[in-house]
Every structure is written in C-alpha cells, then in structure tokens.
Design a protein around this ligand. Structure first.
Ligand code: FES
Length: 145
C-alpha cells in the first residue's frame, strides 16, 4: 500500500481539526508546489508559555491532513519554543514515512505551526530570532530522504 496504517489513521480520523475562536496565534500558509492552504490556531498559556490547544483546517490533500494531524499532537502541551523546532522531517518520521512525491505536503504543517507561533509573538510583543522565520524557513523537504 502507498500509505502506511498510521498515515491512513490520521487521514481518516484527523486529530484537532477545527478552529479556536479566541486563539492567541493564527498561521496561514500556502504550499508553493500545489497551491494548497493550511491554517492553524494556537492557544497559549502565557504564564508557562505552553501550547494549551491547537487546531487546524486545510484545503490540502490526505498527506497534508495526516501530517498536520500528527503535528498538532506533537506540539500540544509543549513549550512554544519547542514547537518552533518541529521540522517536517520529524513529522514525516512520526508518521512512519510518506511517499517521496508527497513530502512537500508535510512542509505545510511545519510552516503553519511556525506562522501561528510568529503571530503569537508579534501580537504579544515578544522578541524572537527573525532568522527562524525567514521565507522558506522550514527544514525543506530535501532534508527528508
Ligand atoms: Fe498539496 Fe499535498 S498535494 S498539500
């Protein structure tokens, strides 16, 4: 089968789908390769700087749904700083792999998380390393092999 069981599970039963109305950060990104869109909302415990809740919606393919679903699981309850370290490579590995030609889909999840964190930082006047958010700031699918 093209997709493993874990990918199929997250595709069929995606976790954390929806939106957070009073979100602390919202990120919306597009995939340059296919034109698909991903939006992510985060709710942050500002005292502890922990991601309390995260939700996503996507006009993306099954791989985009599966990677975003697992990405939300990976960052929920984690420190905001840690969410920034989430790479598309880590997301794909957590899913047990994706077909090579679908790797670009996993970049949407990573970039949406970072865009939401950046929005949170901007809204709250929190200083951050701008280098981490340059265009194409993701690890890049070419890092996944
Ligand atoms: Fe566009 Fe997968 S084909 S996100």
């Amino acid at each position: 089968m093209l997709y493993n069981e874990k990918v199929m599970d997250h595709f069929r039963n995606p976790r954390n789908v929806g939106e957070i109305e009073d979100a602390d950060g919202v990120g919306e990104v597009g995939n340059a390769k296919c034109g698909d869109i991903m939006k992510m909302w985060i709710k942050v415990d500002k005292e502890k700087m922990i991601i309390e809740d995260v939700k996503f919606m996507t006009f993306g393919c099954g791989s985009a749904i599966a990677t975003s679903s697992i990405a939300t699981e990976m960052i929920k309850g984690q420190p905001v700083e840690k969410a920034l370290e989430l790479s598309n490579k880590a997301v794909v590995e957590a899913l047990g792999g994706l077909p090579a030609y679908k790797l670009h889909c996993s970049v949407l999840a990573e970039e949406a998380v970072k865009a939401a964190v950046k929005d949170f930082y901007d809204k709250n006047g929190i200083e951050y390393d701008k280098e981490k958010f340059k265009p194409g700031f993701h690890g890049g699918e070419e890092e996944v092999s």
